[in-house]
Design a binder for this molecule. Structure first.
Ligand code: FAQ
Length: 315
């Protein structure tokens, strides 16, 4: 007997995933796959846009013209990443206006890391080194994600994140070659950002409700704990080269595992931050809302211009 059309569609989808091939926007996909992608890509896009705020805070106070130019370029890149990701998400049948509304009304999340304050200029370097470093670890495997538009957006994003990571490390290296006060500033910044950076990878695998299905669908290629371990292994020698101490007394090389052992992040703090009660959640969303309202006239003008251009074309 011929299979039902629905079964045939599902079988074609499963075969594409099994071949590690790409699902494209016009292909049939299960509704739950589409919803998971919208959740993850939108959360990622919102993170890029909200992620402009902590570093943007230092543009007007950068210590030199060179540092200001670098920081401006980096923050501008984050805006670009947000736009590629919103566009990838729109191919799944949601509009950017809907996604923005979901963010502003607190119905979609953004990365926990951007709810921490930037208290000194060293934070610009630490964010580049650790936050962009964690982002790269998490995002390189996403270049092979099963949804075509997301994977292709990730390739360009990763190239740019890699420049961001280097500029952060170079900034910290410069400060570490400076005065005692500068070295202390770097250490204090690393002390604040280390644990929140580990939390960026999400909850431990046994408490990650989405990982199993997302890995079966090839949306995620590695588990949260695998990537967290990769990040720790990568960061320890970098910290040694820099001359800073990572604030974890349990951090040590495990010969048997061939990896560094490390302590447990404070998962209660993580839960508080992702449910809206981190140090800067209210401030970040209020700022984003105000920017959205301030930009209303630009959106209206662009829509009026587009409508007039279409009318002229029709005539
Ligand atoms: N923050 O079941 P799982 C950047 C949520 S990089 C907030 O493990 P999943 C670059 C999760 O959504 C930062 N929420 O979830 C930059 C889920 O929520 P639900 C952005 C988190 O999706 C650098 C619940 O917890 N990168 O922006 C976090 O399988 C410097 C249960 O978790 C990405 O978004 C968190 N850290 O795995 C910009 C990468 N972790 O279901 C500016 C793409 C988990 O309640 C300056 N995303 N949750 O709605 C991913 O790889 C995945 O979504 C994970 C989470 C790994 C983040």
């Amino acid at each position: 007997m011929e299979p039902e059309p629905q079964e045939r569609l599902q079988a074609a989808f499963d075969a594409t995933i099994a071949r590690h091939d790409r699902i494209e926007p016009r292909d049939w996909m299960p509704e739950a796959y589409r919803r998971t992608l919208v959740r993850q890509i939108a959360q990622h896009a919102h993170s890029e846009i909200i992620g402009m705020q902590p570093e943007g805070n230092w543009i007007s106070r950068a210590p030199s013209l060179r540092r200001k130019a670098i920081l401006l370029a980096k923050v501008q890149d984050e805006a670009g990443h947000g736009l590629y990701l919103y566009s990838a998400c729109e191919t799944l049948g949601v509009s950017r206006a809907e996604l923005t509304d979901l963010l502003l009304t607190g119905r979609q999340k953004y990365s926990s890391i951007f709810n921490y304050p930037t208290l000194s200029y060293a934070d610009v370097g630490t964010i580049g080194w650790l936050v962009d470093g964690a982002a790269i670890c998490n995002q390189v495997p996403l270049c092979r994600t099963s949804y075509g538009p997301y994977g292709r957006a990730m390739i360009r994003i990763c190239k740019e994140e890699s420049f961001h990571q280097r500029q952060g490390y170079e900034l910290l290296m410069t400060m570490m070659r400076g005065t005692d006060a500068q070295r202390a500033m770097v250490q204090e910044s690393v002390d604040r950002f280390w644990w929140p950076s580990l939390m960026m990878f999400g909850p431990p695998d046994e408490r990650s409700p989405n990982s199993g299905q997302s890995m079966a669908w090839g949306i995620k290629r590695n588990s949260n704990d695998e990537l967290r371990q990769r990040f720790v292994d990568m960061s320890v020698p970098q910290a040694e080269a820099l001359g800073v101490t990572l604030p974890d007394p349990e951090l040590r090389w495990n010969e048997e595992r061939g990896h560094y052992d490390f302590g447990e992040p404070d998962w209660e703090e993580f839960a508080a931050v992702i449910s809206g009660n981190g140090p800067c959640n209210a401030q970040r969303l209020a700022h984003r809302r105000a920017a959205h309202e301030d930009g209303a006239w630009v959106r209206e003008a662009a829509s009026a211009f587009a409508a007039r251009s279409t009318e002229e074309e029709v005539r």
